[in-house]
Design a protein around this ligand. Structure first.
Ligand code: SF4
Ligand code: FES
Length: 260
């Protein structure tokens, strides 16, 4: 296959970026999208040019780092897969393909296709954990969990923190990501003691990071490579409202700030 790539090149967050066209020749249909970029970069390095910076790690759909908008869609045109799982056989010989970074104020461009998603790390640090010592692995049946709750919790826990939901949302809202992290703990017995402080803290941090608000477009769910459901946003909103109602009945805690 022979393709024309239009790749966003940007030296850093403060520089102006622009699209630069590259010819990608001898592309095998069996290559992944990232392997195709590797081949283009080998050619650039041989010519003494700066290779295209892009993020990647596992290349098997579990780490969430391969944040590329391909032809206008986060992770590309195929639903339910990450960019590293997208194969070139999904494109036609002679195609033109645009590659851009996630576009969101809370995800500043580091270089080219690489963005800084440490805002997600700070949201997790604000409350995406259970603080009680858990000891060694308990017996499987020691804490009964209704099957439906276990299934919903595991579905929410499938979120890989890639940020495609933010990139797809017209408001650059992080609600799908935050709600997945809130819901997977809120649905399990171990998550109950900190359930209300957690949702307040994580939503407050989401707001502090400059993400937009959810206005129910649903683009996040459509772009999510792990098919995280927007039902989690409804769960998070219900918990947040309940936390607002009861928080005056207990001492103020860290993280109760901006969202309250
Ligand atoms: S909710 Fe989906 S799109 Fe958003 S960070 Fe998690 S896996 Fe990525
Ligand atoms: S490189 Fe890990 S999910 Fe794509």
């Amino acid at each position: 296959m022979k393709l024309t790539l239009h790749v966003w090149r940007q030296a850093d967050a403060k520089s102006r970026g622009k699209f630069v066209a590259y010819e990608a020749a001898d592309v095998s249909p069996d290559m992944s999208f990232l392997e195709m970029l590797d081949v283009v970069n080998e050619g650039l390095v041989k010519k003494g040019e700066d290779p295209i910076a892009f993020d990647h790690d596992c290349r098997e759909g579990i780490c969430g780092t391969c944040s590329v908008v391909i032809n206008g869609s986060p992770h590309g045109p195929l639903g339910g897969v990450t960019a590293c799982q997208l194969h070139m056989r999904k494109f036609q010989d002679g195609d033109s393909i645009t590659c851009e970074p996630w576009r969101a104020a809370a995800f500043p461009v580091v270089k080219d296709l690489v963005v800084d998603r440490s805002a997600f790390d700070r949201i997790i640090a604000a409350g995406g954990f259970v603080s009680a010592p858990t000891g060694s692995a308990p017996d499987g049946n020691a804490i009964p969990v209704p099957k439906e709750d276990a299934e919903l919790a595991m579905d929410a826990a499938a979120c890989i923190g890639c940020g495609a939901c933010v990139a797809a949302c017209p408001n650059a809202s992080a609600s799908l990501f935050v709600s997945a992290k809130v819901a997977h703990l809120a649905l399990l017995p171990q998550g109950q003691p900190e359930r209300l402080t957690r949702v307040l803290s994580m939503v407050a941090q989401m707001d502090a990071e400059g993400f937009g608000h959810c206005t129910n477009h649903g683009e996040c769910e459509a772009a999510c490579p792990k098919r995280i459901s927007v039902e989690n946003i409804a769960r998070m909103n219900r918990d947040w409202m309940k936390a607002q109602l009861v928080k005056g009945r207990r001492p103020a805690q860290a993280g109760d700030g901006a969202a309250g």
